[in-house]
Write a protein that binds this ligand. Structure first.
Ligand SMILES: [Zn+2]
Length: 451
């Protein structure tokens, strides 16, 4: 349509000029015409009516001729060109398609518009004076596109456009507000949004429903938690480091027996974690460092490897040690106290105990003659002493009351029952105190028991 009106305007202008020319010519003729034409003119001018009639016909013919000529000429001047249109209306003309496309791309990019369905590029013809540069055309298109549009601030959450607001400062203030409140609630933390929140400028139709009011945005961000705040804190803790158990094999114990050589003790570890919370919920924890402030101490357990030869007698089993003696108790193998100095005074023997010690059978370590059997006033409780000959004697103490099975003078065989393990005399818990005397002097019984 624009082209048509422009064409018409040029046409009418030319027509006016033509009419003015005609009148000038008429006046020139009036002043400079040769005398012989004067009678004719006089005749003509004698009647004003006739003059007007002729002049009108003349003007009309001249106008038609000029107009047709001009139209023919101007059509001939039109060039092949490319038209840029918006919703069917001409925006402008470019000389080449490339320029038109350049103008379109520049305009869309400047306005941040991705959808350009209404923009068309078509080949056609136009007078050269209509051609525009790509830059001018881009500005014209921007102006046309901006009609009924607004520039907005898009709120993009995790890559998805949540909404848009006309006032970017409102968006910034609502978001900052939310962060500031979280920062005040968790002063030792670093606060940030859980989502990736980005703001960008865009051009929207003014009535686009994605354009929110500030109130709607405040509600969504504040109350509805469209955007969540997370806080990250360094947490320091001291936690126990569990001790492990080390097992040592030993020939000083029989198979199936064990003893604790050293108790274990937990260590301590200082740990710094980087913990991420959303509200009160821990969503991520990453250990930044750990330092052992106290090394754990391993529990050491000795486990017996020594096999004894077994002697069966009267329904119970006696263990022959690798020493000269049989083990003096049936079923108890834990040595609870060795020969030698200890807190209760020098220990003149070796204590043997174990689970459910009381009542276990005490047996002769070797064959011999009973030299003592009865109550000791020296703290041994009920005890038995056997002479094995060659100056060797053995002693069995703290046995249960009324459990002694031998009397002085009895000849016993190796493994013969003497009594039962008890807690009599100077004793703190059921055990057998086993002693060895060489020529009347107490010695360490361990080697005689293969320990
Ligand atoms: Zn003892």
């Amino acid at each position: 349509m624009g082209v048509f009106f422009r064409t018409l305007r040029v046409y009418l202008t030319n027509l006016g000029l033509f009419v003015a020319g005609i009148f000038s010519a008429v006046f020139a003729v009036l002043f400079y015409l040769p005398k012989k034409a004067i009678p004719y003119l006089k005749k003509t001018f004698s009647s004003a009516r006739l003059f007007l009639k002729r002049a009108a016909v003349l003007v009309l013919i001249a106008a038609l001729v000029t107009g047709s000529l001009w139209l023919a000429l101007s059509t001939g001047e039109q060039k092949k060109a490319v038209e840029l249109k918006l919703n069917g209306n001409t925006v402008g003309w470019a000389e080449t398609k490339a320029e038109a496309e350049q103008a379109r791309t520049a305009a869309l990019s400047a306005l941040g518009i991705t959808n350009a369905d209404g923009v068309e590029i078509a080949e056609g013809r136009t007078p050269a004076c209509n051609l525009k540069s790509a830059a001018t055309l881009s500005q014209l298109l921007q102006r046309a596109l901006s009609n009924g549009r607004v520039t907005v601030c898009e709120v993009v959450v995790d890559g998805i456009v949540l909404c848009a607001l006309e006032d970017e400062s409102v968006v910034r203030s609502v978001l900052n507000d939310k962060l500031n409140r979280a920062a005040a609630a968790y002063p030792d933390s670093t606060v940030s949004f859980s989502e990736t929140v980005a703001l960008r400028s865009a051009s929207y139709e003014a009535d686009d429903e994605r354009i929110w009011t500030p109130e709607k945005f405040k509600l969504a961000v504040g109350t509805l938690d469209a955007i969540t705040v997370q806080h990250v804190a360094c947490e320091k803790t001291v936690s126990p480091l569990a001790y492990d158990t080390v097992e040592l094999q030993t020939n000083t114990l029989f198979i199936g027996d064990s003893r604790v050589r050293r108790e274990g003790r937990d260590g301590q570890e200082y740990v710094v974690d980087l913990v991420t919370y959303v509200g009160q919920n821990k969503v991520l924890s990453k250990q930044l460092m750990s330092v052992t402030v106290l090394q754990p101490v391993s529990r050491v357990v000795e486990r017996g490897m020594r096999a004894g030869s077994l002697t069966t007698s009267q329904g119970y089993t006696v263990t022959q040690t690798t020493g000269v003696f049989a083990w003096p108790v049936v079923g108890l193998y834990t040595v609870t106290s060795l020969f030698g100095p200890r807190s209760l005074g020098y220990h003149h023997g070796l204590d043997i105990s174990g689970a459910n010690a009381a009542g276990s059978l005490v047996v002769a370590a070797a064959g011999g003659t009973v030299v003592e059997a009865g109550w000791s006033t020296g703290g041994l409780g009920n005890y038995v002493q056997i002479d094995h000959g060659n100056g060797i004697e053995t002693l069995y103490a703290h046995m249960q009351n009324n459990s002694l099975m031998v009397s002085v003078g009895d000849v016993v065989t190796k493994g013969q029952a003497l009594g039962r393990v008890g807690n009599t005399g100077y004793s703190f818990g059921a055990h057998l105190h086993f002693g060895v005397l060489i020529n009347g002097t107490v010695v360490d019984p361990a080697p005689y028991l293969g320990l």
